[in-house]
Each structure stands twice: as structure tokens, then as C-alpha cells.
Design a protein around this ligand. Structure first.
Ligand code: ATP
Length: 361
């Protein structure tokens, strides 16, 4: 049986100081990563941060310039090893699914099996089609399937040979928005049911946070932070991670003996996570997300700022308020307020948790 996500199961994939340089350009500058048995880990980061290059080095499609990759205890790259992709027990689901159009769904799924015409293969294909909910579609060709169904076939095909590690490169980018949200849940269910160890790559934070057991946030060829979705979202360790996740805003604050002074008033110093004596007198930037702040109408004389924009997001409303120091913060409201643009408002901190902060730039 597999370990539950987050537990200290055996590590199936280990990257040690993996680097990739192209001439003078560094794509990946030193990645250390351990993925546990049965875990779904997502590499998340902006375009060009090295996610795809990292995935390709695990797959064997790109050779690392330095460092080592170990899959299920076997050294596959670095330290003299250079195992080709087809000899690694690593499966890959590509963005465009890469199904064979002239083969049926069942034939596509059987493709990676040692003896695709055998009875054992037929049984395995049936098992996989059931897992992905396509029992009735085995005889169709990919052209006669929806986008979501094609993705399920791609997943079934890559799971069929029971890879030690499954890699997913931007797996939802070819699906429309609604289907994407539905397939996230479905792909997670399938991976968990298969018990496979998986690494996916995305630049979509919502996707990463919703499907993963752990998320590794990459920046500039390195992993900046790695942790459970709630951990990285609630406790971003760097300004980069904070800025990348959620609708982050930063409130300038001067740290006093027992209070912090901000453009929206004075608050207890205990509000700042882990702040110590040595920071007294310093100015820092406090991470505030829209749900940490609320605006109320007030007279000009008492205003913290002015409403500069209203954003309707469906279930909620976000009001952008420009503070006296020129910074703009966003306030999340569950109901429409009748704020006019330019209206003076008081902004209050309603966070029920300590706030992360970073040295001012
Ligand atoms: P995206 O989300 O846009 O796919 P990414 O995070 O996957 O981005 P990579 O594709 O890994 O980023 O690229 C990382 C860096 O390495 C980029 O600056 C890219 O230009 C560079 N790079 C990638 N492949 C090559 C190559 N074959 N030759 C030269 N430079 C490359």
C-alpha cells in the first residue's frame, strides 16, 4: 500500500543540485527535489523560470549540465549515468496529449505495453479505461472524443506501463476554462487511484494549489519554496513567492516597540509574523491580500484613501483603494457597496491571522 500524501514515504524521485546551462544562459541553476512515493508535486512558476527544463531532465529529454537524477533508487542522470528516456520508468503526458489519430482509444492505451496484442495487455487496457471512465469508448478514434476525453486517454496510455514516475507538462492548457476546472479534480482522482508518483508543471497557481500534495515555486532557475499548498499560500517565505500567489498587496509599515504604523493606522506589533526586537525602527512591507482588508465610507478628513477601481468578480467585489502614500490595496467585499470612484474610505485590517512581511526595497 502507498503512503498517504504528505507522509514520509519512500522517495521515488530525487534531484540533487541539478543544473542546465545553454551556452552562457542558465535555465536551471541548482534544483534539489525529493518526491515521495505516491505524491503529486507541482512545479509552479512564471514563464522562463526553468520548469519545463527541469521536467525534461527528469524524463531524459534533456541532459543536465551538472547534478544527478535518481528514479526509484536508480541513477538515471549525472555521476556517469545517462539513461535514455525509453529506458527510464518515467511516463509523460504532453500538453497536446499526442495521441495517435489512426489508432483507436484502446490501441492508444495499449501502445506503450510490452506485448500490446496479448490478453494481459487487453486486461490492462480495460482496467485503465475503467479508471479514466472511458469503458464504452475503446473502439473510437481520438477525433471522435471531446478534449477532456482525449486527456483521459493520454493519461491512461501513460499510466498503462506502470511508470515509477509520471510527468505532466501543462496538462490542462489545451482545455477550455470550465473543462479545466473539472479535469483537475478528475486527474487528481485518477493519479491517486493509480497510486503513481507524479510531477506536473504549470504557471497557473490555482491549478497548482488545487491539485497538488506539494507545490515547488520556481524562480529564475531555482526552487524558492516548497510545501503543501496551504503552507506556501499562508506562509510565503520570500517576497517573490508572496507576490506570485494570490492577489498580493504590500502595505508599508514602520515597526515600533509594541505597534506597527501603517497608512491605514496603527496595529499591534504581534500582527506581524515572527517580528523581533532587532526590527524596531525598520520599515517593512506587509503582505495583505484582498480578504485581509475591508473598506467603509467615511468623511474626507478621516479617510485612509480613495476608491480608484471596482472589480466585479461574480461571487464577490474587490475595491481598489489608493492610500495617502500612493500605494494601492485591494479590499474584498461579499456584497456590492455603493462606493463611487474617488470616494473617501477608511480601510481596516480584518485579518484573523498573523501577516507575513519582507524588507522594504
Ligand atoms: P514556460 O512556462 O514559458 O514554458 P519554463 O519555466 O518552462 O517556461 P524553460 O522552458 O525551462 O522555462 O526555460 C528556462 C530558460 O531556459 C528560459 O530562459 C529559456 O529561454 C531557456 N532555454 C530553454 N531551452 C533552451 C534551449 N534549448 N536553448 C537555449 N535556451 C533555452
Amino acid at each position: 500500500t502507498r503512503d498517504s500524501p504528505g507522509s514520509d514515504g519512500d522517495s521515488v524521485l530525487v534531484l540533487s543540485d541539478v543544473q542546465k546551462r545553454y551556452g552562457t544562459e542558465t535555465a536551471v541553476s541548482g534544483v534539489d527535489l525529493t518526491v515521495r512515493d505516491g505524491e503529486l508535486l507541482t512545479l509552479l512558476g512564471p514563464s522562463g523560470c526553468g520548469k519545463t527544463t527541469t521536467l525534461r531532465m527528469i524524463a531524459g529529454l534533456t541532459d543536465p549540465t551538472a547534478g544527478t537524477v535518481t528514479v526509484a533508487g536508480d541513477s538515471v542522470a549525472g555521476d556517469g549515468a545517462s539513461v535514455p528516456p525509453e529506458k527510464r520508468d518515467v511516463g509523460m503526458v504532453f500538453q497536446e496529449f499526442a495521441l495517435f489519430p489512426h489508432l483507436t482509444v484502446a490501441e492508444n492505451v495499449a501502445f506503450g505495453l510490452d506485448d500490446p496484442d496479448s490478453e494481459a495487455a487487453a486486461a490492462r487496457v480495460a482496467e485503465l479505461l475503467e479508471l479514466v471512465g472511458l469503458e464504452a469508448y475503446g473502439d473510437r478514434t481520438p477525433d471522435d472524443l471531446s478534449g477532456g476525453q482525449r486527456q483521459r486517454v493520454a493519461l491512461a496510455r501513460s499510466l498503462a506501463p506502470e511508470p515509477d514516475v509520471l510527468l505532466l507538462d501543462e496538462p490542462f492548457s489545451n482545455l477550455d476554462v470550465r473543462l479545466r476546472v473539472k479535469m483537475r479534480e478528475e486527474v487528481r482522482r485518477i493519479l491517486k487511484e493509480a497510486g503513481v508518483t507524479a510531477v506536473s508543471v504549470t504557471h497557473d497557481q490555482e491549478e497548482a494549489l488545487s491539485i497538488s500534495d506539494r507545490v515547488a515555486i520556481m524562480n529564475d532557475g531555482q526552487i524558492e519554496q516548497i510545501g503543501r499548498p496551504g503552507e506556501v499560500f499562508e506562509h510565503p517565505e520570500s517576497r517573490f513567492v508572496a507576490s506570485f500567489l494570490g492577489q498580493a498587496g504590500f502595505l508599508p509599515a514602520r515597526i515600533g516597540e509594541s505597534s506597527v504604523e501603517t497608512p491605514i493606522g496603527s496595529y499591534d506589533r504581534g500582527l506581524l509574523k515572527g517580528v523581533t526586537e532587532e526590527y524596531v525602527g525598520a520599515t517593512v512591507d506587509v503582505l495583505v491580500r484582498p480578504d485581509d482588508l475591508r473598506a467603509t465610507p467615511t468623511a474626507e478628513a478621516n479617510a485612509d484613501g480613495h476608491v480608484v477601481r471596482r472589480q466585479y468578480t461574480g461571487p464577490s467585489f474587490v475595491y481598489h483603494v489608493e492610500l495617502s502614500d500612493g500605494s494601492v490595496v485591494r479590499c474584498l467585499h461579499n456584497h456590492a457597496e455603493d462606493f463611487e470612484i474617488g470616494e473617501p474610505v477608511a480601510v481596516a485590517l480584518v485579518a484573523d491571522h498573523t501577516l507575513a512581511w519582507y524588507p522594504s526595497r
